[in-house]
Design a protein around this ligand. Structure first.
Ligand SMILES: NC(=O)c1ccc[n+]([C@@H]2O[C@H](COP(=O)([O-])OP(=O)(O)OC[C@H]3O[C@@H](n4cnc5c(N)ncnc54)[C@H](OP(=O)(O)O)[C@@H]3O)[C@@H](O)[C@H]2O)c1
Length: 280
């Protein structure tokens, strides 16, 4: 099986490369394949003839996107559109990664979001990622859109930041009114692999680790496992204003994914495995 991975040096891509190491992989970074250039995408895919294209490329700077609207739209909307058009021409399956930000996050936090619920993004990142999803749906049939959230792995991420801050400081303020599922890139890569192997039905799936928490509770868990003595104070989103509004509710229901027979670990288990490597 031949698999093309775009954005191959990103955080998720590193985990995907490792998970699929026994397959024939074609790895491209932006210099080798800029997904916003349809001629380049067409020429490359036509030459390589992959069975799958896994799009790990994205514009992921959520706050900067509020200013760099055109660039965010090019990478997050035009890029996936180009890949979908060409995947359809070459009969390849497109696997694309999307985000909880496509929902506005205003739903009561006692409830979670199913795949087809109304979208109401109010950040440039969320709006452009939703445009990317729609472009794929409009351009091809053989696609998976895997929406994830709160991703961490081999790259700059929340867990690494908290480990560093926790070692430096005696106490930390962490937002306690945003709810979601931290997701280990290694586990998302395994979900992608299982989806390919099992040939689950095409479509949109929510793909985070199981279980819900808040950034505040998650930070306490990180410090507990890492045995870091740092007091964590709960604060509200209003006390922690950022250029792009954070969704209060990022809870993505995994019912559809589990029904498709995919195994998904709990976020606590994922965190233990990640910290074991990170603290070595
Ligand atoms: N990180 C999270 O918390 C999170 C949460 C939910 C969903 N997601 C989604 O998960 C996916 C993977 O995220 P990630 O955190 O692994 O991202 P990442 O580490 O920021 O990697 C994205 C990669 O895309 C590359 N890229 C940017 N523009 C490109 C272009 N025009 N053509 C080809 N490659 C390009 C980047 O290269 P350069 O670095 O050279 O620019 C980078 O290597 C994304 O779709 C993201 O939206 C992430």
């Amino acid at each position: 099986m031949k698999i093309l991975i775009t954005g191959a040096n990103g955080m998720l891509a590193k985990a995907v490369r490792n998970e699929l190491k026994d397959e024939e992989l074609v790895l491209t970074d932006v210099a080798e394949l800029d997904i916003t250039n349809i001629d380049a995408v067409r020429e490359f895919v036509n030459k390589e003839q992959p069975d799958y294209i896994i799009n790990c490329a994205a514009y992921t700077a959520v706050d900067k996107a509020e200013e760099q609207v055109d660039l965010a739209r090019k990478v997050n909307a035009l890029g996936p559109k180009n890949l979908a058009i060409v995947a359809n021409e070459e009969d390849a399956t497109l696997i694309h990664i999307s985000t909880d930000y496509v929902f506005g996050g205003e739903k009561p936090v006692e409830e979670d979001y199913t795949e087809m619920e109304e979208k109401n993004p109010d950040t440039v990142y969320g709006i452009t990622k939703l445009e990317g999803e729609q472009a794929i749906i409009d351009s091809t049939f053989k696609y998976y859109i895997f929406r994830t959230a709160w991703l961490y792995g081999d790259g700059n991420n929340f867990v690494r930041t908290m480990l560093n801050l926790g070692k430096e400081k005696d106490e930390l303020n962490v937002v306690a009114d945003q709810h979601g599922s931290p997701t280990y890139a290694v586990d998302l890569a395994s979900i992608i692999h299982q989806a390919i192997e099992k040939g689950i039905p095409y479509g949109i799936y929510h793909t985070t680790n199981l279980g819900y928490t808040t950034w505040y509770e998650f930070t306490k868990k990180i410090f507990e496992i890492a045995k870091i003595d740092c007091k964590v104070n709960p604060v509200t989103s209003e006390e922690f204003v950022r250029p792009a509004k954070r969704p209060k509710n990022s809870k993505l229901s995994k019912e559809k994914l589990l029904k498709a027979g995919i195994e998904v670990p709990a976020y606590e288990d994922a965190l233990e495995r990640y910290l074991k490597l990170e603290l070595k």
